[in-house]
Design a protein around this ligand. Structure first.
Ligand code: AMP
Ligand code: MG
Length: 425
């Protein structure tokens, strides 16, 4: 069932030491180690919002179901427009949406028609009311030029009966719910939501409300992880703070793996602590400890605890968020949909000079804005330390500086990844 995560080699052109892994190589290795969820459930249409479709939606109907008017106006036989003998049309009735006209329209006649009303038999053209004059003898004349067939919406023009409307693997949007409702679907099949367990590790971590002793910090990672996971549409299992104690850690990893498809811990994978966590994890599963050529967020552990996928994220609050967005979010997307994640990026003019040496991928927190000239520009938020979490809340995007980038001059174009795109629901 499960596939092993491999440990790909970095290229020899890579200036970082050979034990480090490039960002894209890590993403590929993670995807190769994940088996997408196959379990399906049936849900009422509204409950399926944000869920991953597990069936093809084939239209049982034509939409629109009948050829109808796109305007309020007068329906006529289009050929009459060619006849110089007909200058006035006799008004013989009215039709509105939901009340079809019962009768036939003959040459030289017209029918008052409202938007959405089915085209009466004998008609194929609508003249909008602003271009028509009705006299007291119920005769209608038309101003300006008209074309046969104008202002008519044809049956099946939006969706043809029997055609495929939505494909499996798609995350359902508000518009999708509307489309499925328009086809009469009351229930749909979706994939089960991934279950994700997460916890923080560290003796120095305190919960909110607890007193802080010297050297203690409040556990913030569980809150940012909570927020990021919420916007991934997964089921959450918050396992709290675990002490840097072998038995407590072993128990936490085991309990989490029993409950969840994915386990995420933060802290305990930096050089000073990795050996410690490594020993415990190696007894429980197959875990790789990677050094990734990136900043922030260099250490990362990934692997398997039985059927469960495990991410050991670094403890630094910014590194947690960056590694989550760059590795965990694509992994959750693949787990949930079976489709590779494609990051959403934009090009922007950088208003700052940014110093950087080639060799590692940097994720600079920036603020992008659209200037009065419509040009997208971006500025660094300033301080970029991996403990400066306010850089994530002040920023609205990552400025992506790949391994080969040797710095950015003011006015140069850069690629940005908006934070608002880093959501799966
Ligand atoms: P570690 O990766 O465990 O060595 O932690 C690196 C840094 O991140 C240390 O300064 C930790 O105190 C801090 N840190 C680790 N976990 C958390 C957390 N859950 N909340 C806030 N800071 C943390
Ligand atoms: Mg620690």
């Amino acid at each position: 069932m499960t596939r092993q995560a491999t440990h790909p080699q970095t290229s020899c052109a890579e200036p970082e030491p050979s034990s480090t892994l490039r960002v894209t190589a890590a993403r590929e290795a993670i995807q190769a180690g994940i088996e997408p969820i196959q379990t399906i459930e049936r849900l009422a249409l509204r409950d399926a919002l944000g869920r991953v479709l597990a069936q093809q939606i084939i239209s049982p109907l034509d939409v629109p179901g009948h050829t109808n008017s796109a305007m309020d106006g007068y329906a006529i036989k289009g050929e009459d427009l060619q006849s110089s003998a007909i200058t006035n049309f006799k008004l013989i009735g009215t039709t509105v949406a939901g009340q079809p006209f019962d009768g036939q329209c003959q040459s030289g006649e017209c029918i008052r028609i409202m938007t959405g009303a089915p085209m009466p038999d004998g008609t194929d053209t609508v003249i909008m009311q602003e271009q028509a004059k009705l006299d007291e003898k119920q005769m209608v004349s038309f101003t300006s030029q008209h074309k046969q067939g104008q202002n008519v919406r044809h049956a099946g023009e939006d969706i043809a009966k029997g055609s495929s409307v939505l494909e499996p693997g798609r995350r359902l949007t508000a518009a999708d719910l509307g489309v499925m409702a328009s086809l009469g679907f009351g229930e749909v099949s979706v994939r089960r939501k991934p279950r994700v367990a997460f916890f923080s590790t560290g003796d120095e971590l305190r919960g909110i409300g607890e007193p802080l002793r010297e050297g203690d910090v409040y556990d913030s990672n569980r809150y940012s992880l909570y927020g990021m996971l919420k916007s991934c549409g997964v089921e959450l299992l918050d396992m709290g703070v675990i002490k840097d104690d072998p038995d407590a850690l072993r128990q936490a990893f085991q309990a989490a793996a029993e409950e969840a498809d994915m386990v995420i811990s933060s802290g305990g994978v930096s050089v000073g602590e990795a050996d410690y966590t490594k020993n415990i994890l190696q007894q429980l599963g197959e875990i790789h400890f990677w050094k990734i050529a990136m900043k922030p967020g260099r250490p990362l552990a990934f692997g398997e605890l039985g059927e469960t996928r495990f991410f050991g994220l670094p403890g630094n609050p910014v590194a947690v968020m960056v590694t989550f967005y760059q590795f965990v979010l694509p992994a959750i997307h693949y787990l949930a949909t079976g489709k590779p994640y494609r990051p959403f990026t934009l090009s922007a003019v950088c208003d700052d000079a940014i110093r950087k040496r080639p060799g590692r991928y940097e994720f600079i927190r920036g603020v992008f804005t659209t200037g009065e000239d419509g040009e997208l520009t971006v500025k660094s938020v300033g301080q970029q330390g991996s403990g400066i979490l306010t850089s994530m809340s002040r920023g609205n995007c990552f400025i992506l500086l790949p391994e080969s980038c040797a710095g950015v001059n003011e006015g140069e174009r850069v690629t940005i990844q908006p934070f608002s795109s880093l959501s799966l629901v």
